[in-house]
Write a new protein. Structure first.
Length: 80
């Protein structure tokens, strides 16, 4: 079974002000391996993100997290 990554509906939490950030939330299915779940997040989450759609400001991906929540099921996130 392939590893599947879906962006959650409640994703894209944007924090403005000093130290702005964006958190994208995902669900990863199809593996019990933390290594595979983390690796699947690489191509599924953006390297750069433009939260305002301006084409001027882009935030780079800083980190990826995965946490098991069931059999072959993970909660994941990317912070930009």
């Amino acid at each position: 079974m392939p590893v599947i990554v879906d962006e959650n509906f409640e994703s894209r939490m944007v924090t403005t002000g000093q130290g702005p950030s964006i958190e994208l939330r995902y669900t990863v299915r199809g593996t019990n391996s933390q290594t595979e779940a983390t690796a699947a997040m690489g191509p599924a989450s953006p390297d750069l993100y433009d939260p305002y759609g301006s084409g001027i400001i882009f935030y780079p991906r800083q980190s990826v997290t995965v946490q098991p929540i069931g059999d072959e099921l993970w909660e994941a996130g990317a912070v930009l």
